[in-house]
Design a protein around this ligand. Structure first.
Ligand SMILES: [Ca+2]
Length: 265
């Protein structure tokens, strides 16, 4: 972090002397988000569902099976960047990114004697918005351009969690440790780093199509209005929210020469 800040400062000091242009870039694509601890909760929720399903399947007066919860982690990421091109090789700027990962499950059991319905539902929706400073560098121009990017900044995270676990009265024993009924919003965030490799294909002067693979390392901490951390399974709150993962993105960039600055090339 400190090293990157020092480099950014040096580049800023060099800024007035440099020839340049402005670059705008937008892109998007699939992203994987680790969410290790939340997924451990999801696994335990699924273990409870399997246990309840198996137990109720043996009872003649209860019908229905509840599906397992989707694991969290696959989603989409969108981003928009604006950079100052110091020269042909180096750009410096900032970007905003938006990533979302969600999972849900719902099902029900029917008690055939009483027509009572017991609902089991869960939905988790995570949105992360990153505000990052970034540095791009092109290291090979052979018609197509190979480049890289380093970025550092803060991710703002919102997580909504709804959960309902109704167990039919016919269930043979008292069932403890059920996921808590919830309708909770968590928010928070954390610092992160991103590194990517890209391939740009110039389409016409100043306009390129770019595809990139990026790795993000970020750890966020989340809490609800009363300071409670997320707990999907009722087995204790998670310590952190691991936003790390890989994004594959495709997009385009537009480069505009700044009037008065020396022409690039
Ligand atoms: Ca938990």
């Amino acid at each position: 972090m400190k090293g990157l800040a020092a480099i950014c400062l040096l580049l800023l000091l060099a800024w007035p002397a440099a020839a340049g242009s402005l670059e705008f870039a937008v892109g998007g694509g699939p992203t994987a988000v680790a969410l290790v601890e939340l997924n451990a909760d999801v696994d335990r929720v699924n273990a409870i569902i399997r246990h309840v399903n198996d137990t109720l399947a043996l009872l003649p007066n209860v019908e229905g099976q509840v599906p397992e919860m989707e694991r969290l982690g696959g989603g989409i990421c969108l981003e928009a960047a604006e950079r100052y091109r110091l020269n042909e090789w180096l750009g410096l700027g900032g970007k905003l990114s938006y990533a979302r990962a969600a999972g849900e499950m719902n099902g029900q059991y029917l008690s055939t004697d009483t027509s009572e319905i017991s609902k089991v539902e869960m939905a988790v929706d995570l949105v992360a918005v990153g505000a990052l400073l970034d540095m791009t560098f092109d290291f090979l121009d052979a018609g197509i351009i190979l480049g890289g990017e380093l970025a550092a900044g803060y991710y703002f995270v919102g997580l909504s969690h709804t959960s309902l676990f109704e167990i039919p009265l016919e269930y043979p024993e008292a069932l403890s440790g059920l996921p808590p009924d919830a309708q909770t919003q968590y928010s928070g965030g954390g610092f992160g780093l991103e590194a990517s490799l890209s391939v740009s294909i110039p389409v016409f002067a100043g306009f390129s199509i770019e595809t990139a693979v990026a790795y993000r390392y970020a750890q966020a901490s989340l809490a609800d209005g009363s300071g409670q951390r997320p707990d999907l399974d009722g087995n204790g709150p998670v310590d952190g929210t691991d936003l790390s993962g890989i994004t594959v993105r495709i997009g385009f960039s537009l480069e505009i020469a700044i009037p008065g600055a020396n022409e690039k090339e």
